[in-house]
Design a protein around this ligand. Sequence first.
Ligand code: NAI
Ligand code: MG
Length: 502
Amino acid sequence: MSAAPETFNPSPETQAWLAGEHNLLIDGQRVAAASGERIEVFDPATEALITTVAGAGPEDIDRAVAAARKAFKGEWAKLTSYERARLMFKFADLIEENMSLLAEVEVLENGMPRMISEYTIAKFGGEFVRYFAGWVTKIHGMTIPVSPSEARNGESLTYTKREPIGVVGAIIPWNAPLAMAILKLAPTLATGCTIVLKPAELTPLTALLLGELAQQAGIPDGVVNVVPGYGQAAGAALSEHDGVDKISFTGSTAVGKSIIKASAGNLKKVTLELGGKSPFVVFPDADMERVIPGAVRGAFFLQGQNCMASTRLFVHEDVFEPVVEGIAAMAGGMTPGPGLNPGSMLGPLISGDQRDRVMGYIEDGKASAAELRCGGEALPGKGFFVKPTVFGRTNMDMKIAREEIFGPVMCVQAFGDSELEDVAAEANATIYGLSGSVWTKDISVAHKMAGLIDSGQVSINCHAAVDPAIPFGGNKQSGWGREFGMEGLEPYLKTKATTVLF
Ligand code: NAI
Ligand code: MG
């Protein structure tokens, strides 16, 4: 494995876009930050500076929130639901038409393999927006028969209306920047809300590009505002802001808790998608042809920088050795490389800090009683590459098995012929509850175990099934509320009940 990764250049179209100014998008205008601050954006595969973007501070957040507030009551509010849906369909088309540009920018700022970025845009981005566009014409309230003590039957009418909640502040992480932005934008637009979107300081470019596409689609100025900035400055100002009605946050559990505190001022509504440490439970009758690639994909997708990652494997003692051996052989054969390399299946971690954090956990694992089965090293030279790492014989007393690592590290532990409840108790022994999977051909065991896993999502014979229609979100400290699906509209709506006495 060569130390210095080969360089793969982006297309001239992408280079031309990167050469642009990258200011804040507020009220349809591209404006510099009030402070003049610029944030440098680096390619994690080469550590080279890609470009700089304006870095928003509290004054810019004030301007963006004011623009979103004005737009909420403007032209946008007067569109029919059909017109709003049509703008969203156009936006979805533009996302797909610009796949190559979006993917190259995402690969450059985040590091993920190009094929994963393209797959996300083609199979998820456009469809996610279209799925929510389909709801626009179907959001409605109901009529409610009231108790005769309130009004005699036939002499009153009570009905509910579903109204947009207002100005949404969205704060997103860097691990899948394009998908994260899209999954905040789609329900915002579907419900008639407006948004101030703050991308992660490490990956601000795709969000700015999406903001341009939203404008091109004809979405009125001020509906979509994009404000790159640091968490402590822009993120904190947005979550404290009295002009924001709702925060939708994806990121670490620690920051999620600080957002709850910051939101107390005006009691804005909050939804949180936070960390995970998801179990992947393998019974001895499972189809090993599916288990092994499923576990590798589940754990190392996005280099393990994935909240749903299958980081804790529970494997029955009878099949423990062949499963771990198969996984270690497959994962050990995956060579991390630059995402723009067409053959790349595993990219770098997002930053030097993240690599060092992950390597800290790996060193901790090596010093424990766990068996290192593959990986365990960062690549020397430029780029934040870490080899896929598998630890066998772990247990829940180990830090690597308990804490969210957010890197390419899988921990495998064995179970014997114990009761399902006991296996589930181990699987549930973290502060998280986001995802999980059960692998067996026995439908009773499968459904019973799926019922026992304490998480917002469980898959059987696959891991982390994702579709715009499948509700997604966490139990315990993995979050508040659900995104995706019909339930994903709820946090963006409020109900008004109206009663008339005839
Ligand atoms: P982070 O939670 O600090 O960053 C996520 C977003 O929150 C970014 O846009 C950031 O600017 C913003 N932010 C940071 N501090 C804020 C504050 N005080 N108020 C408002 N917004 C704020 O995540 P970070 O530091 O980049 O990653 C650290 C660890 O967090 C990772 O190693 C991983 O364990 C976890 N994480 C989990 C994610 C998930 O989806 N489950 C996503 C990102 C990080
Ligand atoms: Mg942080």
